[in-house]
Design a protein around this ligand. Structure first.
Ligand SMILES: Cc1ncc(COP(=O)(O)O)c(C=O)c1O
Length: 442
């Protein structure tokens, strides 16, 4: 290995145990298709699509070339009161891709910004209709909606809130749907748990009154807290209750968008259409930061109609909304997804992936395996007093053996690029199996 020509100390790494990492760094220097190259020249099979985002695999020439060409043509254009062609083209393409009348796109630069944007649109929409009392935002325990204030508030991860105080005050949470007693080793949607959606009516509406509630935001499949697959009928019930009380339903599809579940979006796969959808990650295949909020026609039109002629209808936006390089990357990524039929491919590969991950069932420490589409969670029994330590060890062992997996709490998540081959699925799952067997022998 070449000696590093940089120092590790000055960087404060996000969501990372900085001191632990710097004592034993893991550095990637290149990526192509299904593999990363480490600084010491090893190939690492990407079992996680980077961080749930590189759905078409790494270094795709069509995407790289589109970014390069756009950088040479026009590096930047202001998004406020000015336009450039590519962002309109991406919005048009998304409109064609999304079901129902989710016809309008508001561009952001990340999943976190998409969440803030969606929450603000929900509040503004109700206010524009003369229902400005509707200020409560309802999230769910074990939800992850990014790391900004709105997202943290509606999110339900204690560690993400511990250091930051009370956050937004007009927020409440539904119960999560994770229950090993009823649902362990489910394949696809578990049968138990639809009734948990009823808490929206029986507890939240009963307590706060529907006239005060603006929106419910959920991940259709919760990714970051360990792949929590929605019970059969659960999202349908949430939709019904939201409709009954005039509450907007927001799906955070930052992870589930762009083919991850074997359909373009989770709302296609699960047959429930929300009012707003948060997107990011796969939108540009992870290449250039970009997020988007998809909005139903009636919401857009409501906000347009409420504002006087020739005035700004929504006081919101970012310097880099619809950035030309991101838009070029998004357009090229959407082309690659389509030309290669990647969403369909994900659906076709899912049963093989499902069988592969469920083969881990009998291995040491495994207390659950769950999956949907091309995502799976393998839950390990925690070491008493050391939550997360076991999955971290499995992650490290996999990395040393040449596979990148993700750990969250004591859950290993797999979410490979959708171009993965069956042999590579075997290799990925085999590597994890090897790590778990070794850990069982200790
Ligand atoms: C469901 C969900 N929402 C929002 C985010 C935040 O996205 P970002 O890290 O791009 O801000 C994530 C990130 O993993 C996510 O999984």
């Amino acid at each position: 290995m070449q000696p590093r020509d940089y120092d590790l100390e000055a960087l404060w790494m996000p969501f990372t145990a900085n001191r632990q990492f710097k004592a034993a760094p893991r550095i990637f220097v290149a990526a192509r298709d299904m593999h990363y190259t480490t600084e010491d020249g090893r190939q690492v099979l990407d079992g996680f699509a980077g961080l749930w985002c590189v759905n078409a695999g790494h270094g795709r020439p069509q995407i790289v070339e589109a970014i390069r060409a756009q950088a040479g043509l026009m590096d930047y254009a202001p998004p406020f009161q000015m336009g450039h062609p590519l962002q309109f083209k991406v919005a048009q393409r998304l409109k064609e891709l999304l079901p129902g009348d989710l016809d309008y796109t508001f561009f952001t630069n990340s999943g976190s910004e998409s969440v803030e944007t969606a929450l603000k649109i929900a509040l503004a929409y109700h206010r524009a209709r003369g229902e400005g009392n509707r200020r409560w935002l309802i999230g769910r325990e074990r939800g992850y909606h990014g790391s900004n204030f709105g997202g943290m508030s509606v999110g339900g991860i204690p560690a993400n809130r511990r250091a930051f105080g009370n956050l937004l005050s007009t927020v409440d949470h539904l119960p999560h749907t994770h229950d090993l007693e009823h649902n362990s080793f489910s394949r696809g949607q578990p049968g138990w748990g639809a009734h948990l959606a009823d808490a929206l009516e029986s507890r939240i509406v009963a307590l706060h009154d529907a006239s005060n509630i603006a929106a419910v935001i959920v991940e259709p499949l919760a990714g970051s807290t360990g792949v929590l697959v929605p019970p059969k009928g659960y999202l349908e019930r949430l939709r019904q209750i939201c409709d009954k009380f005039g509450i907007l339903l927001i799906f955070d599809e930052v992870i589930t968008g762009f083919g991850r579940l074997g359909a373009p979006f989770a709302c296609d796969k699960l047959g429930v259409i929300p009012d707003l959808i948060c997107l990011a990650k796969g939108l540009t295949n992870g290449t250039v930061p970009m997020g988007a909020v998809m909005v139903r026609k009636g919401i857009y039109e409501g906000l347009m109609a409420a504002a006087p002629e020739n005035t700004i209808e929504l006081f919101h936006g970012y310097t880099y909304s619809g950035h030309p390089l991101a838009a070029a990357a998004a357009l090229a990524s959407l082309e690659v997804f389509e030309e290669e039929g990647l969403f369909k491919r994900a659906a076709e590969l899912s049963p093989y992936f499902e069988d592969a991950v469920h083969s881990l069932r009998e291995l040491p420490h495994v207390i659950d395996v769950r999956n949907m589409g091309m995502v799976a969670g393998i839950e390990l029994e925690s070491i008493p007093g050391k939550p997360g330590a076991r999955a971290y060890e499995a992650f490290l062992r996999c990395y040393e053996k040449g596979a990148l997996v993700r750990w969250t709490g004591d859950i290993i998540a797999l979410s490979p690029p959708l171009i993965i081959s069956k042999n590579q699925i075997d290799e990925l799952v085999g590597t994890l199996a090897g790590a778990l067997r070794e850990m069982g022998r200790q």
